[in-house]
Design a protein around this ligand. Structure first.
Ligand code: PLP
Length: 380
């Protein structure tokens, strides 16, 4: 192998120790699948946290192409980026910011065409006042009614005060009324019905507007949770919105780690920091160039697994900053060597599995995905 040609440019893809492949066709397919499932309701796309770590620059255009016309970001700055991206594409789609009209953000919403989700009565009052000041042109907004999450949104007392001042909402272009489910991934949890009831009751008292309750898992609770607009995030990116059942979504993310060294161990020895794993018999350890600095969580130590050549390879010892060790004794000697890739997340070791093994959820695995990986976006 000619590894080094003097004067040649270094190929980043060939020196990377982690390779993150994002399948944009699967992403588009997931959007279409969810949109078809909620039709005739509309389907927004939640692209907060840089599209759950996958990169808004690549993800948003694919979702637009697949038919998405409404986007939710979490933070004001994210909303601004998504808005600019859509403008640069010439796409006519709306961008809502879940954080809402927090102090310091009015100019963003007024001047950059980003739409606030109003989360409390003070935000409604401020937005109505700004509407009036602007020649009375009603400004666009969404209204967030809390139905049990107790995180953002108007509580029941604020809702009563809002309803007693109809001139406030009359001053606004209220496009979406939303609430958020806290236990949608548990279909048997009675909180789902309780939230549905509270939300429906609020809707019946508010001006007619597009109603939105379901996140990814909420979509799978049944049609009555769809209302006019669904707001999936995680299912677009391939996690299972129906835990315990087969994943209806296509896999979007594959993470591979490169083997840096393979070592045979004959006598009993320990592996890694803290000597938390002992190899007893003869065996082989592969050291992979991905670690917790890449978002490959340390809590996977002695629990995770990789996959190669049809075989699961146990993660042994502690995950360190840049390195992780796997027991590859199950594979024939010489079948894995430095430079080979093993699957860390993908078809065999799913995002949901990695999240569960690490004591967290696929969401956190995605949003922690490291910056050192060589990213490969497979075409839509
Ligand atoms: C994050 C979020 C969503 C999307 O949730 P998923 O579980 O990722 O589908 C929808 N609505 C709100 C308010 C959110 O914060």
């Amino acid at each position: 192998m000619a590894d080094h040609v003097p004067g040649s440019k270094v190929d980043v893809s060939s020196i990377a120790c982690g390779r993150l492949t994002i399948n944009l066709s699967a992403l588009a397919e997931n959007y279409r699948l969810l949109a078809a499932k909620v039709a005739p309701a509309a389907c927004a796309a939640v692209v907060k946290a840089d599209a759950y770590g996958l990169g808004i620059e690549k993800v948003v255009p694919v979702l637009v192409q697949a038919g998405a016309r409404l986007f939710f970001a979490a933070l004001p700055e994210e909303g601004r980026k998504v808005r600019r991206l859509l403008d640069a594409m010439g796409a006519s789609a709306d961008v809502y910011v879940l954080a809402g009209l927090v102090p310091g953000t009015a100019a963003l919403y007024l001047d950059e065409g980003v739409i606030p989700v109003l989360n409390d009565l003070a935000q409604v009052e401020n937005w109505a006042r700004l509407s009036t000041e602007r020649n009375g042109t009603p400004l666009p907004c969404a209204l967030h009614i809390d139905s049990g999450m107790n995180r953002l949104g108007l509580d029941s007392e604020e809702l009563e005060r809002l309803l007693s001042q109809p001139q406030l909402l009359a001053a606004l272009d209220l496009r979406v009324i939303m609430s958020h489910l806290c236990s949608a991934d548990e279909p048997d949890n009675s909180l789902n019905d309780e939230q549905h009831t509270l939300f429906s009751r609020a809707l019946s008292r508010l001006p007619k507007s597009a109603a939105s309750l379901a996140n990814s898992s909420g979509i799978f609770l049944g049609q009555r949770f769809h209302f006019d607009l669904a707001r999936p995030g995680i299912a677009l990116y391939g996690c299972n919105p129906t835990p315990g059942k087969p994943n209806p979504m296509h896999q979007v993310v594959t993470l591979e780690g490169k083997i840096l060294q393979v070592r045979g161990i004959d006598a009993p020895q320990s592996v890694g920091y803290g000597a938390t794993y002992r190899v007893t018999g003869p065996g082989r350890i592969a050291t992979v160039g991905v670690g917790y600095a890449d978002g490959y969580l340390r809590s996977l130590s002695n629990k995770g697994r990789a996959f190669a050549q049809g075989v699961a390879l146990p993660l042994v010892g502690r995950v360190s900053m840049d390195l992780t060790t796997f027991d590859i004794s199950a594979l024939a000697e010489g079948s894995l060597k430095p430079g080979d890739w093993v699957e860390l997340i993908g078809e065999n070791v799913t995002l949901d599995e990695v999240g569960h093994t690490a004591g967290t959820i696929g969401y956190e695995i995605l949003t922690d995905l490291g910056r050192r990986y060589h990213r490969v976006y497979e075409d839509a």
